[in-house]
Write a protein that binds this ligand. Structure first.
Ligand SMILES: [Zn+2]
Length: 283
């Protein structure tokens, strides 16, 4: 086997390339026009961000319009990101079970659309969250789908905290969304910007890693387009490690788009060739 085959090919990355519809938030509706722009830039998978002002993820009737728009543009829904949904405001068991039920209905429409990964913002990793995720894990059992929690910089929500939660639940269909802009060392520095950092973080995630939120990180600010001028992310080490740990999810990017950044879709579309070139240069 040649050295060359030890990294992804551009085609392999393109095949798995995905973008969060965060890129259109509060600026462009999730319409055929928006999805066609993604397809034009070679992006054929999306992570659909919960956007109640546009559609109701719990309603088959509502999600039909997204399904039809995706189909006509050749775009697939890879994942749902229910960022407005969490389990920290629930005082009673009936409130908890109503929230789980809402999540189940979101998951059902996601499965209809062909998606296989549901994630919430989940907040505190307490007993309510453990029980709710156990319920959701039962719901997706046998479907091939995964339910996930994301890491954040706030106390109790770090990668280490999320791994402790996932070890408690310890189910194959419950895993982590690693957001590379939300990781911090005790000194406040993002380890994904320091050589050796991505290796340490990805080793910590191991087989629990089921999804990624990738974006440029510059001057302490996340959600930039990938490879923005001054981007500190150790992209080559990160992609090498995704391969090393056997990450099998989509290569999902989560930059903010217009009006803040004008090239987020374009920059994401250029990732496959760009990362393969960068990796070859440092070999
Ligand atoms: Zn994220």
């Amino acid at each position: 086997m040649s050295e060359r085959t030890q990294f992804y090919t551009a085609d392999e990355i393109r095949e798995r390339l995905s973008i969060s519809t965060l890129v259109f938030r509060q600026y462009r509706p999730i319409s055929e026009g928006a999805l066609e722009e993604l397809a034009r830039h070679g992006i054929r998978k999306i992570e659909l961000l919960e956007s109640p002002e546009q559609f109701d993820m719990t309603s088959r009737r509502s999600m039909r319009f997204i399904r039809d728009a995706c189909r006509s543009c050749g775009v697939e829904v890879a994942a749902y990101h229910a960022h407005k949904t969490n389990f920290s405001d629930l005082d009673t068991e009936s409130e908890r079970s109503a929230r789980v039920d809402l999540c189940r209905r979101q998951i059902d429409t996601m499965l209809d659309l062909g998606g296989a990964l549901w994630g919430s913002h989940a907040r505190a990793t307490d007993r309510t969250l453990v029980r709710s995720y156990e319920d959701l894990a039962r719901h997706v059992e046998g479907t091939g789908a995964v339910v996930t929690v994301e890491n954040f910089t706030a106390e109790g929500l770090s990668v280490e905290d999320r791994m402790a939660f996932l070890d408690t639940v310890d189910l194959r269909q419950v895993g982590l969304i690693l957001d590379i802009g939300h990781v911090r060392d005790p000194d406040g520095v993002n380890p994904m910007t320091i050589p050796g950092g991505p290796t340490r973080v990805l080793e910590l995630c191991g087989r629990r890693l089921r999804h990624v939120h990738l974006h440029g990180f510059k001057d302490g600010v996340d959600h930039h387009p990938p490879f923005v001028e001054g981007d500190g992310i150790q992209w080559v080490e990160l992609f090498r490690m995704l391969r090393t740990v056997g990450y099998s999810g989509v290569m999902n990017f989560e930059p903010v788009g217009e009006p803040q950044y004008h090239n987020s879709v374009e920059a994401t579309g250029l990732v496959p060739e760009r990362i393969v070139e960068m990796e070859a240069q440092v070999r």
